[in-house]
Ligand binder design. Sequence first.
Ligand code: ZN
Length: 228
Amino acid sequence: MTKTEAILGLNQEYLQLLSTGKSYLHSEVLPHWQALQKRARQAGYNLTAASAWRSFERQLAIWNGKALGKIPVYDRHSQAMDLSGLDDEQKVAAILIWSALPGTSRHHWGTDIDVYDAIAVPEGYEVQLTPEESAGPFAPLHAWLDQQIAAENCEGFYRPFVPGVGAIQPERWHLSHLPTAHQWQKHFDPERLRQLLAASDLELKDAILATLPQILEQYVYPYWQEDL
Ligand SMILES: [Zn+2]
């Protein structure tokens, strides 16, 4: 059952530390990531991971921070939202626009990476990972990535969060290693997820458990790959 646990962000058995020493990737993905970084460097970009593997506990902290108003929640236009007037189901839907339910983040798999171009970061600027950045300082990197993906020459990486798919906002900064992710998704067990969430200190838990199948249908499964 270790892969069933790993896909929920509960163990690090399949991971390897990046050379930056800051984040982990699936050991099968790491060489492809390094190859893509090397090619990006030759094209003039410093392709850098802002975030790669993330644990269940980390995603839980992000979720609870947003539910409790300690971390800002943004609408589809990147405007900060006030959740206080919403009922619990509306709060869940608002958070899910930009943040995965703990246990369902593709970052748990070690196959997915949020990227930016370190060369293009303005001095003194902290990377936020927003649509405005992707269309601004990091636009040339993303255009280059688009070309590699369209030519099926991107070391197996593609963008899962594109317009017109599922209910999550498009995230141009989010890359996924398709062959590895496709293998990984097969180990997902929704019943194990339900148990895990029920036993956790998740905020908005009742509203989430009451609608878990619908959440998976809207925010998780649409981003999975058909059989290759
Ligand atoms: Zn991401």
